[in-house]
Design a protein around this ligand. Structure first.
Ligand SMILES: *Cc1c(COP(=O)(O)O)cnc(C)c1O
Length: 426
């Protein structure tokens, strides 16, 4: 009897079967998604296309490993290779961002933020964050999020006239409410954030400062946006947006908070770390430290500027008049379309965006007057300024036609031709 037969029905027979063999439905869906990404212009600002190296690390045998604790201090045996991975990830994160301490275990950006709150806040404390409707994030104190449940929340806004952060209001609110923590960073804000000014405000109000750079982390590590690391007590980020790593989170902090933060993350809010994902984070940090990645991020910003300018020329109103980073919001209501319809019309033409409220929006959040557009993913596949002009034309044709079927079909064909010139995941 062969070894394989002897070991049948022990569970072993599953080990080497291909996904195709085991589960045709999921294998089919993965093929569909690969095809969708290959034939779609991905303009969702929080998305990107990761490298094969990152995918390989994510799909590795480290998914089998339990490793509660931290390198050298684990609750489980067999953590030798795991400690190598996590130690490398921590060292690379600290070096990449110039930070005094890094925790690479958060499963997501939301978990990263929760770890910070659990390490320095008590229920009933006051926190201050940017209003979600003005570009902030759910986890910055929105009532539907954990962050809005146990804390008193004060929100700051953008100014009506130029749609940029109202630092004067932030200062006034901080001095009035003395929040324990001031949160800055955004999901839908296209201008440079003045971290030094926010540090000054936090100092005057006796507050701690957290910068959530989930969106702009890739820009920060390549010098395309000022870094909050010298100023903020805590810096949180996702690793899957401009940073182009696996879907996960990261917290950086000053050395004095390291112990409390690590304890708040584990055992405070998470169990075993996702070692395969931490391995992929390490790979992404390695890629992010290269000159090529610096060049990539520069192109992301130049593409965003070019696309915003071309959409402005096509008659859309660009929120705050333009962009300094990888994204911008376009008011589509000026052309008589809601954000919701715009998203659907564009999706039918193989252009993916998300509807987004604009500051002082008159529409409900699920309808919205705007769309958010970002260039990280299309830049990864190799597109530059000339293609940005074409994309602006595609978007304008679809939305000006109010979703006319023949216009969508014509644009879709051109989008697919463009995508075919810049293939991914062949
Ligand atoms: C995306 C984002 C997050 C949350 O990240 P998840 O991984 O989806 O939990 C947190 N903060 C900001 C500012 C974000 O843009």
């Amino acid at each position: 009897m062969s070894n394989v037969q002897e070991r049948a029905a022990t569970g072993h027979e599953f080990l080497e079967r291909s996904l195709e063999e085991v589960d045709g439905q999921i294998a089919g869906a993965i093929r569909l998604e690969t095809e969708r990404q290959n034939t779609t212009l991905e303009l969702i600002a929080s998305e990107n296309h990761v490298s094969r190296a990152v995918l390989t690390a994510m799909g590795s045998v480290f998914t089998n490993k339990y490793a509660e604790g931290y390198p050298g201090k684990r609750y489980y045996g067999g953590c030798g290779p795991t400690d190598i991975v996590e130690t490398i990830a921590i060292e690379r994160a600290m070096k990449l961002f110039g930070a005094e301490h890094a925790n690479v275990q958060p499963h997501s950006g939301s978990q990263a933020n929760m770890a910070v709150y659990f390490s320095v806040l008590k229920p009933g404390d006051t926190i201050m964050g940017m209003d979600l409707a003005h570009g902030g994030h759910l986890t910055h104190g929105h009532p539907l999020s954990y962050s809005g449940r146990d804390f008193k929340v004060v929100a700051y806004h953008v100014r009506k006239n130029d749609e940029t952060i109202d630092y004067d209001e932030m200062e006034q609110l901080a001095l009035e409410h003395k929040p324990r923590l001031i949160i800055c960073g955004a999901s839908a804000y296209s201008r440079v954030i003045d971290f030094k000014r926010i540090r000054d405000i936090a100092d005057r109000a006796g507050s701690l400062m957290m910068a959530d750079i989930a969106h702009i982390a890739g820009l920060v590590v390549t010098g395309n946006h000022p870094s909050p690391v010298p100023y903020a007590d805590f810096v949180t980020t996702t690793t899957h947006k401009t940073l182009r790593g696996p879907r996960a989170g990261l917290v950086l902090c000053k050395a004095q908070y390291a112990k409390d933060l690590d304890r708040a993350l584990f055992p405070g809010i998470q169990g075993g770390p996702l070692v395969h994902i931490i391995a992929a984070k390490a790979v992404a940090f390695q890629e992010a430290a290269t000159p090529e990645f610096r060049e990539y991020q520069g192109q992301v910003v130049r593409n965003a500027r070019a696309l915003a300018a071309a959409m402005g020329e096509a008659g859309f109103r660009i929120i705050s008049g333009g962009t300094d980073n990888h994204l911008f919001m376009a008011d589509v209501f000026v052309k008589g379309t809601t954000g919701k319809d715009a998203q659907n019309f564009l999706e039918a033409a193989n252009i993916t965006v998300n509807k987004n409220t604009i500051p002082f929006d008159t529409q409900k959040p699920m309808v919205a007057s705007g769309i958010r557009i970002g260039t990280p993913a299309v830049t990864t596949r190799g597109l530059r300024e000339p293609e940005m002009k074409s994309i602006a034309q595609f978007i304008a044709r679809v939305l000006d036609s109010k979703g006319d079927g023949s216009v969508i079909a014509a644009v879709r064909k051109e989008v697919m031709a463009l995508c075919a010139r810049f293939p991914i995941y062949e």
